[in-house]
Design a protein around this ligand. Structure first.
Ligand SMILES: Nc1nc2c(ncn2[C@@H]2O[C@H](COP(=O)(O)OP(=O)(O)OP(=O)(O)O)[C@@H](O)[C@H]2O)c(=O)[nH]1
Ligand SMILES: [Zn+2]
Length: 379
């Protein structure tokens, strides 16, 4: 259903209610509200949210989109411009991508219901949920067209997308280095026959124009995938000459890897919003392997010292796990068992998620893929 609404524009109730009887000022206001509608629509505002402004009071509230979450404050965007909002106890269940309502003094009133949500169990807790991002429409599941291509991992990302109610699109990077792109596409289609698959050279802005259909105004996209598949490269190409923006918001952590700081939602030149938040990147790492990591805590701790973030602890240079084995501080048996369990865990998660998804989400996924394809064709 959400796909059908996706490209429609809104008639903002709050904007129309402010039109006065004076015809001159009414026409001025009409122009202003049209512009405002545009600004909100650009940010993903749609009937799903407008319909939640049911009572007289809420129609006078100002909708605002949460663009970034910091420790004590949100960065929000309204039709009037950007604001920061100090986080109070009433605002703890708000995350980036949420729509909220403010009163005329710019005080928080309520959060609107979401059409999608990425979340995960907070580390070390069985019940607490950590909110990652709300109201994302499409998630690019990025895999590279080389030996790192891994169907189980892809299935896990699909399960995450389904769980979040977000439409997945497979983005296969490094097409420029691959002799047989079709073979990989076939593998995906054999498991997900109706999947949307795009093979790209993430380094080339021209090549990623095939993704623009998902990145237009009113659309929010997120990017998921394992380390080194080309997420940052893709994000830079999607942001085109605003690439400077990404470098501004990136800083090196102690291991020379990039961490994203600051704003999480970025306006793409194609009109849509691109979500790039550390939580999205961590979703891949911490979620499924959590139980195994806890069981093999010493290896998990050692692995943090490895030179490469995606170290397999085999023959990579700077592998702290191998160093520990050489020094006799870690049993080989323990490492083998850990790796075996990790593989099983990945497989189990995919299978379990698939079983659940088969009943509940698979049909929904196919429907959403069909709806998405239809609405794209209709464009
Ligand atoms: N030839 C080619 N190289 C690519 C492509 N996509 C990414 N790369 C290269 O692959 C390497 C890894 O790309 P990144 O964008 O850093 O990967 P990432 O997914 O952001 O990695 P993490 O930050 O570890 O999560 C870089 O050297 C890129 O230049 C592609 O489509 N073609
Ligand atoms: Zn290692």
């Amino acid at each position: 259903m959400k796909n059908l609404n996706r490209f429609s524009t809104i008639k903002s109730k709050s904007a129309s209610s402010s039109i006065s009887s004076d015809s001159q000022s009414a026409s001025k206001l009409a122009i202003k509200s049209e512009k405002s509608n545009d600004a909100l629509t650009q940010l993903g505002w749609r009937p799903f949210f407008a319909q939640q402004l049911v009572d007289e009071q809420s129609r006078h509230f100002l909708p605002a989109k949460v663009m970034a979450c910091h420790r004590n404050k949100f960065e929000i965007q309204t039709e009037a411009g950007e604001l920061t909002l100090a986080i109070t106890a009433k605002m703890l269940d708000i995350t980036v991508g949420d729509w909220i309502l403010l009163n005329e003094d710019n005080h928080f009133q309520q959060r609107l219901a979401r059409h999608s949500l990425f979340s995960r169990k907070a580390p070390g807790s069985k019940v607490q949920t950590q909110l990652i991002a709300a109201n994302v429409d499409t998630v690019f599941i990025v895999s590279s067209l080389n030996k790192d291509f891994n169907m189980s991992r892809i299935e896990r990302y699909i399960a995450l997308a389904n769980e979040a109610d977000v439409t997945p699109v497979f983005v296969l990077t490094k097409a420029d280095l691959c002799d047989d792109t079709q073979a990989y596409i076939k593998q995906i289609l054999s498991v997900f026959p109706l999947a949307m698959v795009e093979a790209v050279n993430a380094l080339s802005q021209e090549s990623v124009t095939s993704l623009q259909v998902y990145c237009g105004p009113n659309q929010t996209v997120a990017v998921m995938g394992s380390s080194g598949v080309g997420k940052s490269t893709l994000i830079n190409s999607l942001l085109e000459d605003t690439a400077q923006l990404t470098s501004e918001i990136r800083e090196d952590d102690s291991k020379g890897r990039h961490t994203t700081t600051g704003r999480s939602l970025h306006q793409m030149p194609s009109g849509g919003l691109l979500l790039d938040t550390p939580g999205m990147r961590e979703l891949q790492l911490a979620d499924c392997e959590h139980g195994v990591s806890e069981t093999f805590e010493e290896i998990t701790l050692l692995a943090q010292q490895c030179r490469f973030g995606d170290c397999q602890h085999q023959s990579e240079p700077g592998c702290a796990v191998q160093v520990a084995i050489t020094k006799g501080e870690l049993e080989v048996r323990r490492l083998m068992s850990y790796q075996k369990l990790l593989r099983e865990q990945a497989l189990n998660t995919a299978t379990l998620a698939e079983k659940r998804a088969k009943d509940r989400s698979q049909s929904k996924y196919y429907r959403s893929v069909q709806d998405g394809a239809r609405s794209l064709k209709g464009k």
